[in-house]
Design a protein around this ligand. Structure first.
Ligand SMILES: C[S@@+](CC[C@H](N)C(=O)[O-])C[C@H]1O[C@@H](n2cnc3c(N)ncnc32)[C@H](O)[C@@H]1O
Length: 258
């Protein structure tokens, strides 16, 4: 896994680039209309169209902040919100987590399932006792309405940015799904350090948050939580045309107190 690996592209126009960026496949070369509003659109149809516009959107590698922040946690039940093509969920499952991975796009989830199948086939070749069973439940749902039926030892939302979705509701849902003693990990693009090739879609301020805004909105400085990490980390990335830039990830990790 490369430190440069990251995913996401929240405002990507179908023609914006030809292949997943190796440096930051999620970052957009998008050109969505500047006046498109948050919410109101059919998120499933919109994201399906974005995914269909290219055979692969993201790098296939787990997000670097996830690896860094969750790598030392004891595996249990994890929830990945806005899982995209599944690299994070697959990585978590490989670390021993039982994962529920949710995304609005059926196209992304089909890809995630097939990536998982390929990963399981590779693992099974080395397994002494034959085929390795899936540890991931893929679920298609719109996080504007969806509520988890369970609580989780880890809830992760990595770059859950979308012009069709204000961040506050889904990330409150994420926090509410963390078990006592469990971990919330939210990673997003810092609004002041967005990729220069992000296009007009990146101008939607409601898609992005600072660490302070996130902590305040979710009450993570309050008595129910121990705030473990609140930072902004710079990261070099490569754009769709091979451009280089340094962006910053907002990283917030908190433990729900028992
Ligand atoms: C920028 S991508 C990030 C994907 C993945 N977490 C990653 O880092 O590679 C945002 C993801 O959120 C999903 N998404 C957008 N709106 C959503 C909604 N309303 N409900 C559920 N998922 C949504 C998209 O389909 C997309 O896969």
């Amino acid at each position: 896994m490369s430190e440069h690996a990251a995913h996401r592209n929240e405002a990507q126009h179908p023609e914006s680039h030809q292949k997943p960026h190796d440096g930051d496949p999620g970052l957009s070369g998008g050109t969505l209309a500047e006046d498109a509003a948050i919410g109101g659109a059919d998120a499933a149809a919109t994201w399906d169209e974005r995914y269909r516009s290219k055979p692969r959107m993201w790098s296939g590698k787990p997000n670097p902040q996830l690896v860094r922040e969750a790598g030392g946690l004891r595996p249990g039940k994890a929830l990945d919100l806005g899982c995209g093509e599944g690299a994070d969920a697959i990585w978590l499952a490989q670390q021993g987590w039982t994962v529920t991975a949710v995304d609005v796009s059926a196209v992304a989830l089909d890809r995630a399932r097939s990536h998982e199948k390929a990963a399981l086939a590779r693992e099974s070749v080395h397994a002494a006792d034959g085929a390795i069973a899936s540890r991931i439940t893929w679920q298609q749902a719109d996080l504007e309405q969806w509520q988890p039926g369970n609580s989780f030892d880890l809830v992760t939302a990595q770059f859950l940015h979308s012009q069709e979705l204000a961040w506050q509701g889904p990330l409150r849902t994420a926090a509410s799904a963390v078990k006592p003693g469990g971990t919330l990990l939210v990673v997003g693009h810092h609004p002041d350090r967005l990729p220069p090739w992000g296009g007009a879609g990146h101008h939607h301020r409601d898609m992005f948050y600072t660490g302070d805004e996130l902590v305040q909105e979710l009450g993570l400085a309050g008595p129910e939580w121990q705030l473990e990490v609140q930072t902004s980390r710079e990261r070099p990335v490569t754009g769709p045309e091979g451009q280089h830039a340094t962006i910053a990830d907002v990283v917030v990790r908190a433990t729900r107190l028992p």
